[in-house]
Design a protein around this ligand. Sequence first.
Ligand code: HEM
Length: 460
Amino acid sequence: MAESSTPAYREPSVATLRHTLPKLLKNPLGTLVGLADAAPGQVVQLNLGTIRPYLVVEPAHVQHVLRDNAANYTRAGDSMLWKSVKKIAGDGILAEGPDWEASRRRLQPHFTAKRIDAVVDGLSRAISDAVDELNAPARNGEPVDAASEISRIICQAVIRVFFGDKISVADGVRIVAEQNTVATALRFRLLIPFLPDAVPMPGDRALRRAVRNIDTIVLPLVRAEQAHDDGSDDFVASLARGRDAHGHKLDEQRVRDDLVSIFVTATETTYTALTWIFPLLEQRPEVAARLYAEIDRVVGPGDVISHQQLGELRYTRMVLDELVRAYPSGWLVPRTAIADDLIGGTRVRAGDTIILSPYVTQRLARFWDRPTVFDPERFAPDTPRRAHRYAYYPFGGGAHQCIGQYFFQVEAPLIVATLLSRFRYRLCTPGMPSPRLAATLRPGERLPLLLTPHRQPALA
Ligand code: HEM
């Protein structure tokens, strides 16, 4: 058993079913933050009847689970999130154990800063082309749906740089739609996690159908790549040519799992995060004004943003750092304890569910000044360093740290700056939507936007 930073034994703070469940069902995230704020330095046990997961939010405790004693905390346990992720992403990088390790080894080289920097121009061009499609609705005064448009732009970008345009954007958008079905199907199981798998829930059938539909798109692509090696070195081709540790050709299911894992993580997390930017900027006009001023200074009318311009978008990056503090799409990072352990002095037993949540930690009042205020200044270069590395971990940590973090940090400013250099927007339904509990953190309501052209050379 490994010891954590607090050696003395400590009872967890217990939140009981009778008090907690109604609040959790009504306002899950606010309730979790409230419980954590009320128990400084403590692990919180959520006493939900037959299951009693531990909410672990103190940065030192998060570090213990994700890094210092990570070997004791697995994704291959009973947690609903990972069981459901497995249904869609299979036994690849989102799994655990030797399959995860092999997959991580295969995929990691494609996500180094060097590899991503090399595709910035192609990525920026793909984003620019995708944003161009908003010219017509902007000209005609037709509202567009923020989430659908951001997800289409991301799909086009990801398909261009990782899939070498080998699937159509229409198929990419279909995969995202199927993912949405999966993310929402999970909703019921995340809300009522103590229900056994055998109890059917709304959304289960939709989940199975969504996975079948994704396979109809991805498997033929994998088969075609494996049958005809044309020597190309894009992501799909190099995965399809991949070999396992014994030098054997990877079977099609492994390649499928890697491709689907990357496609879903690259699209879902980014578009759910970026969708929040529209209501947030409306809430903070002074942040919006500063962001617009930077973008207008750095990006000329109609520009495809260059690598150098990207480097000059400093405030844009601060806005995005703050965005994933306040609305981290990976809000829930569960684990299952393999053996008994102490977390911050609290005993957890083999088989217990541990709930980590970047959302909750990144809103703890004792680590963040005015945590509910959207304030990019927290990430200004001259702001003192945070009290603890794990007070801010939107991209996780330890061996499972997000492999797409650098890609996000390049792609997201390109999307925001391309869009806002060409358009201004108004939300048709003003106000801040509440988050909706799903596998990722998404706005609970649709966000229709009215775009108006801004400084464009001449709209086609
Ligand atoms: C706002 C954007 C993103 C957020 C907030 C985010 C968050 C996270 C978090 C919290 C983890 C850790 C999961 C765990 O410990 O179990 C993770 C892992 C992962 N992320 Fe991201 N991510 C984002 C973007 C991306 C992108 C763009 C990609 C791909 C291009 C990506 C691919 C992955 C993969 C493959 C893993 C699993 C790594 C492993 O277990 O070895 N993510 N991400």
